[in-house]
Design a binder for this molecule. Structure first.
Ligand code: CMC
Length: 445
């Protein structure tokens, strides 16, 4: 029964008078509360007013894995998982993938608007003039074990950059911040390529600033004895599209890590190393690697039904399928499928594609996947392309980290400028032992 009505006001506004509000009745006390609704959300801290005794902490929302918690407002990426829509700063991903370059998109994501010609030329100049890494960083990379995982090298090297640019810790200085952002976007392809060359025992190739961003990356990866490397234009373009598709994806695991670590006000290199570590995991950016291993394990189309059956029995997952947000075909997967065809015209068809296509066909007709809204995600086809480009499987997560750098940095920058943000610090529900006295060793069982 409603005994009493409690008003929770925000910014001096009487929430009872707001039309957008949520009425909550606490059945323990019978009290009724009006919680304002803004942008389709209630504030979790508003729940704290709800208590049975004044000395109580108040109600918290319990949301493991952030299933229904918006941790920030953002102006960068719009994602409608039900409808399969992805937009950067309002521009549909399909249009950007078709008409823009990765560096144009990177500028857009960072600055909010597409660059005009002068801005674009300046931006390309800025990025291409930060591509070289300090020789000591090169030496640092040379000292990894011969079989070190490229992503491990990438993460450690990004972290090590903070020791070369100590001024990066002045994160409130916008000018210094801009330089670190340019450095990171410029240097990640170099670090990535060096990690690949190291694992192959090949000499490092320095950047060629006359080439495009993806063209230079191909140069640093694949140049052998030739004095000038000419990237294949189809592969160069395919890589640019793949970079665009991976540039940002709002509050995913690694971006959340970037924001959380960055909220302690650490420098962007250290924060980004943490974000890259989050990306490394097989449920996130490591999924493209896992997809390839899965396709190799299936090995033949005739083995697909048995494999699907195992997945349905809970023995492993169909990697590259499913997404926390997309409950529809991932729009990036649809674009990648087209890019794959272009790449295969140059590299020859990857035989794993037939297994992937058949796997997708069967899964999309199967009640298990239909009822759970499991569709191919961005990683389902990207690994097949990377393999056709001669990249080792262990290198795939690095291919994700290169373009995601701009997303992490934009989100980090947005977080720093957001007056509502503070150091990220979730609460917990403590269910452990109650207070008890210390036992001397001889008294323990
Ligand atoms: N294969 C088989 N079953 C699956 C899969 C899958 N790939 N994904 C989810 N399910 C099932 C899951 O077992 C559960 O079934 P039930 O309700 O019977 O227990 C149901 O679908 C819901 O799964 P969930 O684990 O609660 O979903 P989630 O939102 O926590 O997980 C995910 C999202 C991406 C981690 C998950 O779908 C997954 O593990 N996919 C495979 C890994 C993968 O491809 N990751 C790349 C994601 S896209 C790139 C990126 O952004 O990083």
């Amino acid at each position: 029964m409603v005994k009493e009505s409690v008003k929770i006001s925000r910014n001096g506004k009487d929430a009872m008078k707001e039309r957008d509000s949520l009425t909550v009745i606490d059945n323990r006390t019978g009290k009724q509360y009006e919680l304002p609704i803004t942008n389709g959300t209630i504030r979790a801290v508003d729940l704290r007013q709800i208590k049975t005794k004044p000395e109580e902490f108040g109600i918290m929302s319990y949301d493991p894995a952030f299933m229904n918690t918006a941790s920030t407002k953002s102006y960068i990426t719009y994602l409608d998982g039900e409808a399969g829509i992805l937009r950067y700063r309002g521009y549909p991903i399909e249009q950007l993938a078709e008409k823009a370059t990765y560096l144009e998109v990177a500028y857009l994501i960072l600055n909010g608007e597409l660059p005009n010609k002068t801005q674009y030329e300046q931006w390309i100049f800025d990025i291409t003039h930060h591509t070289i890494i300090h020789e000591n960083i090169k030496n640092f990379m040379q000292n990894f074990r011969y079989d070190a995982h490229p992503m491990g090298m990438f993460i450690a090297t990004v972290a090590a950059l903070s020791t070369f640019y100590p001024e990066a810790s002045k994160i409130s200085d916008v000018g210094l911040r801009t330089i670190q952002i340019q450095r990171l976007i410029a240097k990640v392809p170099t670090i990535a390529a060096f990690s690949y060359r190291h694992s192959r025992g090949l000499p490092f190739i320095y950047p060629d600033n006359d080439l495009s961003y993806p063209g230079n990356f191909l140069n640093m990866m694949f140049r052998m004895t030739e004095t000038h490397f000419e990237p294949n234009p189809v592969l160069e373009h395919a890589l640019d599209v793949l970079f665009i598709l991976h540039a940002d994806h709002e509050q995913n695991c690694s971006t959340n890590a970037m924001r959380a670590i960055g909220s302690s006000k650490v420098d962007p290199y250290s924060a980004m190393a943490g974000a890259a570590a989050a990306l490394y995991g097989p449920l996130h950016g490591g999924a493209n690697e896992a997809v390839l291993r899965m396709l190799n394990q299936i090995a033949d189309i005739k083995n697909i039904p048995a494999f699907i059956e195992k997945v349905k029995q809970g023995e492993g997952r169909l990697m590259g399928f499913g997404h926390r947000v997309y409950k529809n075909y991932d729009p990036r997967a649809a674009i990648i499928k087209k890019v794959a065809e272009q790449v295969f015209q140059v590299t020859g068809r990857n035989p794993l594609l037939d297994i992937a296509l058949e796997l997708e066909r069967i899964a999309l007709e199967d009640e298990y996947f239909i009822s759970r809204k499991l569709y191919p995600n961005v990683d389902f086809y990207s690994g097949i392309i990377y393999q056709a480009m001669q990249l080792p499987t262990s290198f795939f997560p690095v291919m994700f980290a290169i373009p995601r750098t701009v997303g992490w940095l934009s989100q980090w920058q947005e977080m720093l400028g957001d007056e509502e943000q503070k150091i990220a610090r979730p609460r917990q529900v403590y269910l452990g032992a109650d207070k008890r006295d210390f036992l001397l060793m001889e008294n323990r069982k």
